[in-house]
Design a protein around this ligand. Structure first.
Ligand code: NOJ
Length: 536
């Protein structure tokens, strides 16, 4: 690990609390379940956990529809449980990152109820985006924007006005030009900072400020395709074109918000941090979120969207590192999360997923691991009748939604429920998940879990890993990525379908994502779809 603040090269584990571990038998994970899982996480070797929202919420969008950001939803426990979790995580040396959702509230939030009850043009309505419609009787929405979950981005209220929701109609967008909004979020930040959280993951960080709210977009349907992290049937080129100008994302005003948030965080001791969920294009736009005086990290989604292709990955790594050096921020590397197909499924091969993990674990900066990724879990096939994602519901089923990556994770190889809890899990677990359970994998030195544990441990002990130190590329044949990290580490990644041999300065094998490699007389033979770390 490097010498800088803890978060600069941390391995941060995303807990999706509803699917992590159920302590009370209601079929849904909860905060006591996360507490029970802390010894496992400490053993795995992660540095921090980020919890997706556990705040009061009607749970129309997995808790990203917050009705009280300063209280815990009973399905997850109590505020006392949250305090206990933060303290216990700290006692294991694990930092705690909370989620914050500035783009919208739940329609159950008291502000929105007040807004609906208040007249047009009232102060209560001005906390959201209420507008009259177009057409003779105002029956046409104020513009043609589509919700990211499909269907119109506007819903009409009983008195005829429309309100904006980039996501579900139960998630009205907040109007950040109203000072009440900024003041309330400052209160929320301080509330959790006072409780001891070490940082925040900022949901839709690029979305809080809107411009041109009354102007139509040229192709709103396709724009939404391009914005979905789990929508892969679109070319990089088309995605780039559409994402280069999204009227409701990445407006200049969002940076002003985060400069203020940064001042608040800086008042607190102990290197508190923020990580922006800002899927913006090109990646140089993402770097603007982590300029000095703004946020600390931004998820590197542009890298995550790439296929298993050495040339494309190298170009993206080089670009990312160069852009971030300019703003003095560390990179982040992420392979999946609760919104995307699991990495094994996305790239279609457990073997490639292992090699990809070892690649990103060897890069400068921080890594994010989504719960179950360390087990090599694939996305779970689900019957439509089990799906709950608003994206599935709002699209009439044409968009299958994100439930498949949110299925409760397996702790033990035994049925029922693979040790997740005693109640029937809120999403059904596949019948063949015993092989991925933590107890099975912990016994197998070749398991995905064992690979993650070794690699995370080396990130702590090897002086070249983590940190933000020099990465030097070495010329290599097509399909191969070859670089050194100082001091003393060589990394070779074979994305091709063939085994390859190449000269190396490496003297011994530190870690390999698959067997079948050899190092003899200065020649490395590396099997197909494998990453290897060599000691120089
Ligand atoms: C991004 C979150 O990760 C996702 O789960 C959620 O649906 C949207 N933001 C809306 O909050």
């Amino acid at each position: 690990m490097g010498p800088g603040a803890w978060w600069r090269d941390a391995a941060i584990y995303q807990v999706y609390p509803r699917s992590f571990r159920d302590s009370n038998g209601d079929g849904e994970g909860d905060l006591q379940g996360v507490i029970a899982g802390l010894p496992y996480l400490a053993d795995l070797g992660i540095d921090a956990i980020w919890l997706s929202p556990f705040y009061k919420s009607p749970n129309k969008d997995g808790g990203y529809d917050v009705s009280d950001p300063r209280d815990v939803d009973p399905r997850f426990g109590t505020l006392a449980d949250a305090k206990e979790l933060i303290e216990k995580a700290h006692s294991y040396g694990i930092k705690f990152i909370a989620d914050i959702v500035p783009n919208h509230f739940s329609s159950d939030h008291i502000w929105f109820k007040e807004a609906l009850a208040a007249p047009k043009g009232s102060a209560s309505r001005s906390r959201f985006h209420f507008y009259d419609g177009r057409g003779e009787n105002g029956e046409i929405p104020p513009n043609n924007w589509i919700s990211i979950f499909r269907g119109p981005a506007w819903t009409r209220t009983v008195d005829g006005q429309w309100y904006l929701h980039l996501f579900d109609s139960s998630q009205p967008d907040l109007n950040w030009s109203n000072p009440d909004v900024a003041a309330d979020f400052e209160k929320t930040l301080r509330f959790w900072l006072d409780l001891g959280v070490d940082g925040f993951r900022i949901d839709v960080a690029h979305g809080a400020v809107k411009e041109n709210l009354l102007i139509d977009h040229r192709d709103p349907e396709r724009l939404i395709d391009a914005l979905r992290l789990d929508f892969l049937e679109i070319s990089q080129q088309e995605r780039a074109g559409l994402l280069s100008d999204v009227p409701f994302f990445d407006r200049e005003g969002v940076h002003e918000i985060y400069r203020k948030w940064r001042l608040i965080l800086d008042e607190y001791p102990g290197d508190r941090m923020t990580v922006a969920e800002a899927f913006v294009y090109p990646s140089s736009r993402a770097a603007r979120y982590v300029r000095p005086g703004e946020l600390h990290q931004v998820f590197n989604f542009n890298f995550m969207m790439l296929g298993w292709d050495a040339a494309a990955m190298r170009a993206s790594i080089e670009g990312t590192l160069a852009e971030l050096v300019d703003v003095k921020a560390p990179a982040t590397w992420v392979l999946n999360n609760h919104d995307t197909p699991r990495v094994v499924t996305r790239i279609g091969s457990p073997r490639k997923a292992r090699a990809l993990a070892m690649l990103i674990h060897a890069l400068p900066g921080g890594v994010y691991i989504y719960q179950g990724e360390e087990l090599g879990l694939p996305s779970a096939a689900l019957p439509d009748s089990a799906r709950q994602d608003p994206a599935f519901i709002r699209s009439g089923g044409t968009d299958k939604g994100r439930d498949e990556c949110r299925v409760p994770i397996p702790w033990r190889s035994t049925l029922p429920n693979y040790g997740f809890g005693t109640g029937t899990p809120w999403l059904p677990q596949p019948t063949d998940w015993a092989q991925y359970s933590m107890d099975t994998e912990a016994k197998d030195p070749e398991s995905s879990w064992a690979l993650y544990k070794k690699s995370l441990s080396l990130r702590h002990s090897h002086p070249a890993l983590g940190g933000e130190g020099v990465l030097t590329w070495i010329d290599a044949p097509e399909g191969i990525m070859y670089f050194t990290r100082e001091p003393g580490l060589e990394v070779v990644v074979n994305t091709s379908d063939l085994d390859i041999s190449l000269p190396t300065m490496g003297t011994s094998i530190l870690l390999e994502s698959a067997k079948g490699n050899s190092l003899q007389d200065g020649v490395l033979t590396l099997a197909t779809n494998t990453t290897i770390w060599l000691q120089l």
